[in-house]
Design a binder for this molecule. Structure first.
Ligand code: C2E
Ligand code: SIN
Ligand code: SIN
Ligand code: FE
Ligand code: FE
Length: 509
């Protein structure tokens, strides 16, 4: 984005290009001989020759870096040279090249208007081609060209600054609208990659670009592209070279550019340090560095704001987790059951296309699906074998008890918890309890948790049953597709079974 794409590409490197336009070959010869050893700013002259107006136009169109043109007026027509001048300024829009008109007839000066309009820099009579005169014309012409180029380069630099600043402001503005830390960090990776000229292909390839949060001496991944993407949300084994760079940035308390890699260091006052690692960073110039610094400052502020949001979210989650654990510990289910149900429900919600805040509500509410079990006596809850009919009636009441605990709350998360607790044993075919709801009359939260709860209950052992192998659990999901479970959800769940098992493995009993 900030790559210099300016007229500086056309700046002469070893020589100045000078175009001689004249239908008389002798004029070419004399000019070249006279100026053969001319140098300006330690650079020699490279002559180009055109013998007509039309040939001149072709050469000018092909060479945007011609410094100076000696231009005959009368060639194939009386005004052929003037048409070339017009072509240069108006069609090629080349305002850099210096134009020296040369007339064959003494006293036949071009009109003032033409000199002004086509920015003609000088005109000379061809009869007056002494080497002194030519030298002076050449010298002032090239000096003018050089000065114009340097002004143009400065202008292009300013333009790059402006474009760069706008990009930083736009990036920050769009990032500030994102209210979740992981999405924010993801956007940040993309925006930084663009500021740092990271090879676009690198973003999806075998790279380890990531955003992490420093927790004690560990780095927790909050966003990633490339090979680290599947590790988001779990504690990964980061490659040692990346850990070393993170530690160095923390020790030096600043961002680092190191052999094509960028390590961004974003401290916040309350919630610790966020770091970014980007590979295959392109050429970084002074301007990029300044922009990066500005961007980084804004990013730290944004992290700070997000951290406050996250603090509230974490507090809520912790309360809910604790509640869930109370339940699960009473029924001797491992505490990780609620975590698995929580993560799997959120994941399934996302696969089903639910909005982000709904998926987050479900993440917090789903661990409470069995909260009503606190009211079930141990003799029933912990019975090692099959329940009899009256025990089963008692057991089923965990659903309405759970629903009633949350039903009066107006908080979205607790309303979601009431739905989940009250509907997680309804079945898609209408044969579930407590109300025999069918199909989409069961809230999507209820349908999701029904599937996830059974999947997890079957995959692990209970006081009354052994754990089932994955194939058999999947077979049951398929058998119950459209019966116990929403068929669309079964398909989504099985399509994503690799991610499911990854979550399961992250929270073992
Ligand atoms: P849970 O252990 O959390 O099981 C949740 C759901 O997973 C069950 O809901 C059921 O749909 C499914 N599930 C669990 N184990 C099996 C199984 O071996 N086969 C099949 N096909 N499905 C299974 P459900 O049936 O409404 O039970 C609700 C709760 O009642 C269970 O929660 C558990 O706490 C209790 N429960 C159910 N059956 C028994 C039992 O035979 N003995 C004891 N002690 N408790 C039971
Ligand atoms: C049971 O009757 O024990 C199980 C009921 C069910 O899975 O819906
Ligand atoms: C929805 O109800 O939002 C679609 C998800 C589903 O029913 O499987
Ligand atoms: Fe239940
Ligand atoms: Fe459960």
């Amino acid at each position: 984005m900030f790559k210099k794409k300016s007229k500086s590409d056309s700046k002469p490197k070893e020589s100045w290009k000078v175009l001689i336009v004249d239908d008389e070959p002798d004029i070419h010869t004399v000019t070249k001989i006279t100026l053969g050893r001319f140098e300006f700013d330690d650079k020699k002259i490279e002559f180009l020759s055109a013998y007509s107006g039309s040939q001149a136009k072709e050469i000018l169109a092909a060479h945007s870096d011609i410094a100076l043109v000696f231009l005959d007026v009368v060639m194939e027509s009386d005004d052929a040279g003037l048409l070339v001048a017009q072509y240069i300024r108006e069609e090629l829009k080349n305002t850099f090249v210096r134009i020296i008109l040369r007339t064959g007839q003494p006293g036949q000066a071009p009109e003032r208007e033409i000199i002004v309009n086509y920015d003609i820099n000088d005109y000379k009579e061809k009869t007056n081609l002494s080497s002194d005169k030519l030298f002076t014309v050449m010298y002032t012409g090239l000096r003018g060209y050089r000065d114009i180029l340097s002004i143009e380069n400065a202008r292009a630099m300013l333009e790059n600054h402006r474009v760069g600043l706008e990009k930083v402001i736009d990036s920050t503005a769009s990032l500030f609208r994102i209210r979740s830390l992981d999405k924010f960090a993801n956007g940040l990776l993309v925006q930084l990659a663009s500021l740092l000229h990271v090879d676009k292909n690198a973003l999806c390839g075998e790279t380890s670009n990531c955003a992490v949060k420093k927790v004690n001496d560990n780095f927790e991944i909050i966003a990633a592209t490339g090979v680290l993407q599947p590790t988001v949300g779990v504690t990964p084994d980061l490659p040692e070279n990346i850990i070393a760079l993170f530690n160095r940035a923390c020790a030096e308390q600043k961002s680092i550019l190191n052999a094509g890699a960028f390590v961004g260091y974003f401290p916040t006052t309350n919630t610790g340090i966020n770091l970014i690692y980007l590979e295959r960073v392109g050429q970084i110039d002074a301007l990029d560095r300044q922009l990066l610094e500005l961007f980084s400052h804004n990013i730290s502020v944004a992290f700070e704001n997000l951290a406050l949001d996250k603090e509230i979210f974490d507090t809520q989650s912790e309360i809910i987790d604790t509640l869930g654990e109370v339940v699960e510990s009473r029924s001797k289910e491992a505490a990780n059951h609620v975590r698995r149900v929580s993560h799997l429900s959120k994941a399934l919600a996302e696969w089903a296309g639910l909005a982000e805040d709904e998926a987050n509500q479900l993440f917090m509410a789903s661990p409470m699906h069995d909260v009503g079990k606190v009211a079930i006596p141990d003799s029933v809850l912990l019975k090692p074998g099959k329940l009899d009919a009256s025990e089963w009636e008692i057991m089923k009441s965990h659903v309405s008890i759970g629903h009633d605990i949350f039903a009066r709350s107006k908080r979205p998360v607790l309303k979601a918890a009431a739905i989940v607790a009250g509907q997680h044993h309804e079945k898609y075919n209408g044969k579930g309890y407590p109300n025999g709801l069918a199909g989409e009359d069961i809230h999507i939260f209820g349908r999701i948790v029904a599937l996830v709860d059974v999947f997890d209950a079957l995959s692990h052992s209970r006081c009354y049953k052994e754990a089932w192998p994955l194939e058999e659990v999947v077979a049951l999901l398929n058998e119950e597709k459209g019966e116990h479970f929403d068929p669309k959800l079964v398909d989504l769940f099985i399509e994503n079974i690799d991610k499911v098992t990854h979550i399961m493995d992250s929270y073992p009993d």
